[in-house]
Design a protein around this ligand. Structure first.
Ligand code: APR
Length: 238
């Protein structure tokens, strides 16, 4: 069995990372165009760096929750039976990796990485980022930015994502409002390709009607319950 899992901010909410569109979410408090767009970065790089520096420091003190751990178990359980988990996340945190997931595609980039706007080198970065940094690769000054895909920029790994959807049997969306494309359109592509579809979320997302199966509740309980059910079916098949 090959399963494609898409995760969003909701899977990291119980790890304290917050979401974007919930009533207390980031975009309920800040203007995304000022903080998560190339134009906003151009206009006020110090404001954007400060926003992501604060989120990066918060991430360094956060821990994965049982939902992240369950997906790592699913990756092992599928692999042990000749199956495969393709884990694609919209999240910029590394909580999937810290929970033990080995293959994670960050289609919106990664908070603990920086990218040079001159040489395009991507490098691990846990300190505060600002305009005074020098690129360790090309030694340009003040040319580092967060390695994050902002509004109006092209998400990463779209070819790999398309191929994985074409190769999977089941599409599962976890902890996302289904309001940002292209990720919000993956369920339609999955249906077109004949995959079964499942949504696991705190509440119905914007494209809930597109999903055949739907489970609602906090990810830290709903995801482990779902994963345990899948692993039980796989074990029964032998
Ligand atoms: N368990 C499960 N789901 C939850 C939980 C929880 N504890 N808490 C919140 N949710 C759900 C909300 O109901 C909502 O549907 O998670 C979803 C979060 O939606 P958004 O805040 O819109 O986050 P996301 O869908 O990941 O946003 C997509 O938008 O701003 C861009 O690049 C950013 O990757 C982000 C993209």
């Amino acid at each position: 069995m090959k399963i494609f899992v898409l995760t969003g901010a909701g899977i990291s909410a119980e790890s304290g990372m917050g979401t974007f569109r919930d009533k207390d979410g980031a975009w309920a408090r800040f203007d995304p165009m000022k903080l998560a767009s190339p134009e906003g970065f151009e206009a006020d790089p110090d404001l954007v760096h400060a926003f992501y520096n604060a989120r990066r420091q918060k991430l360094l003190t956060a821990s994965p929750n049982p939902a992240h751990a369950a997906l790592a178990r699913l990756e092992d359980g599928l692999g042990a039976r000749g199956g495969e988990l393709f884990l694609c996340t919209q999240n910029i945190d590394d909580l999937h990796e810290r929970a033990g997931s080995r293959h994670v595609l960050h289609m919106h980039g990664e908070l603990r990485k920086a990218r040079c706007m001159v040489c395009a080198r991507v490098m691990p970065w846990d300190d505060d980022l600002g305009r005074d940094e020098t690129c360790p690769a090309c030694h340009s000054h003040g040319t580092l930015r967060p390695h994050i895909v902002w509004f109006g920029e092209v998400p990463l790994y779209m070819d790999d994502i398309q191929h994985a959807l074409e190769d999977s049997d089941l599409f599962v969306s976890i902890g996302t409002s289904g309001s940002v494309y292209p990720a919000a359109g993956f369920v339609n592509e999955a249906r077109y390709l004949g995959l079964r579809t499942c949504e696991i979320n705190l509440e119905p997302s914007e494209n809930a009607p597109a999903f055949e199966e739907r489970y609602y509740g906090p990810a830290s309980t709903a995801v482990p319950e779902w994963v345990d059910g899948v692993l039980k079916v796989l074990a029964a098949r032998g």
